[in-house]
Ligand binder design. Structure first.
Ligand code: NDP
Ligand code: MG
Length: 379
């Protein structure tokens, strides 16, 4: 029986993680659930999965639901609440599925408490990859990728030695605007951007897919997860999202991981590794798929991807600043304050002005995050 806690249980990854838990009731027990503000869904999850502890985004929300919780369930709130769910109680495994760098302190707390991590929250590694990976090594915990591309690479590398890797390639669907030119991007709406062709995901990551920022964040995530230099990490457009990513070895062999796009597969693998269990995901028929297509990544069409990789190579607080600016710009686009193309401009402007600090401490990272957010809001 594995005891798990989920940070972001009411989101797209959080609910799919609970789907996986529900399919294997004899193997998993839920210790803690942390939500943001969707208290109705959280209460439903509490009735169904019977966690011992829950948390919501604010004290006001906690006061709203206090009387509706079964006796004995501990209730927390805010950033401190996230840390409580991550590191309090007696879970052996924490799934980090909140959106954004708000997940950093709680992820570090979970690692410090000696828990294995199923990592969906890529912003954590982008913001402070050196701190997270150093702490993972020091505590000897497992950091298992949930992001489909990274799960694919992780599966392809099973038992292979690092010296034999020539390169890894992350595939990209191209997002909701993959068939539009930059000129045609001028007048696109929030609704257009939220219509992803292959995956149903949270709003922020769906916008990140349309700007290709998501692939940029994933390149940085891969750099930290697999300890590879940026020169060995490539990206390739693959509109069908069937090959989730692949590794090329020095003997020219390529190993890829394939499947229909369904996040429950990488989520479950992160939970059951090194075992593989039965999954309800629809089986892939290559005969039915018929044709898989690929295109070279177009960095002129997706300038934010180029910028993200440059920030990765610069290191230090460059990636912290990139992530913080992007979180603010995407939130402003979703509130209809700025146009789609303004997201990229804000990234360029913020990075143009940001004085990069190398080897930042946690406090310096949080300070950078705050300063950049204020700047990105003011532009
Ligand atoms: P969602 O927006 O669907 O879910 C985000 C979750 O975080 C919700 O449960 C939300 O709560 C919670 N949350 C937000 N703010 C806070 C806060 N301040 N305190 C506590 N909880 C908070 O996002 P996704 O599930 O799509 O993505 C989550 C992470 O996983 C992201 O980092 C994303 O990049 C990554 N990811 C997602 C994939 C996907 O298929 N969705 C694929 C690969 C990676 P509430 O809704 O109650 O407000
Ligand atoms: Mg991904």
């Amino acid at each position: 029986m594995k005891k798990i806690s989920i940070l972001g249980s009411t989101g797209s990854i959080g609910t799919q993680t609970l789907d996986v838990v529900a399919m294997h009731p004899d193997s998993f027990e839920v210790d803690g659930l942390a939500a943001g503000s969707n208290t109705a869904l959280l209460l439903e999850q509490v009735r169904r999965f019977k966690p011992r502890r829950v948390s919501v985004a604010s004290k006001e929300l906690a006061d709203d639901i206090r009387t509706q919780l079964p006796a004995g369930v501990e209730l927390y709130s805010g950033d401190e609440g996230l840390v409580q769910i991550a590191a309090g109680g007696d879970a052996d495994y924490v799934v980090t599925a909140v959106m954004g760098s708000v997940g950093l302190r709680s992820t570090l707390a979970a690692i410090e408490a000696g828990r294995d991590i199923g990592l969906a929250n890529k912003e954590t590694l982008v913001t402070a990859g050196h701190l997270v990976t150093e702490q993972v090594r020091r505590k000897g915990v497992k950091l298992l990728p949930i992001d489909s591309e990274h799960s694919a690479i992780f599966q392809c590398l099973n038992g292979e030695s690092r010296e034999d890797i020539a390169s890894i390639t992350l595939t990209a669907s191209g997002g909701s605007f993959r068939d539009l030119t930059r000129e045609q991007l001028r007048n696109v709406t929030v609704e257009d951007a939220l219509r992803h062709p292959n995956w149903a995901m949270g709003a922020k990551i769906t916008i990140d897919s349309a700007t290709m920022v998501n692939k940029g964040l994933e390149v940085i995530e891969a750099h930290w997860l697999f300890d590879l230099p940026y020169e060995q990490i490539e990206v390739l457009l693959h509109p069908e999202s069937i090959i989730h990513s692949f590794v090329e070895f020095r003997d020219s062999s390529i190993i890829a991981q394939l499947g229909n796009p369904d996040m429950r597969v990488p989520i479950q693998y992160a939970l059951t590794y090194p075992e593989r269990w039965h999954s309800p995901a629809q089986r892939l028929s290559l005969a039915q798929a018929g044709r898989l297509t690929f295109r070279e990544m177009d960095f002129a069409r997706y300038p934010a991807l180029k910028l993200a990789i440059e920030c990765g190579k610069t290191g230090g607080t460059a990636t912290t600043a990139f992530n913080a600016a992007n979180e603010v710009a995407v939130a402003r686009f979703l509130r209809r304050e700025i146009s789609f193309l303004r997201i990229e401009e804000i990234l360029e402007e913020v990075l143009g002005r940001h004085p990069v600090q190398s080897h930042p401490s946690l406090e310096q990272i949080e300070e950078c995050d705050r300063t950049v957010r204020a700047l990105a809001k003011s532009l």
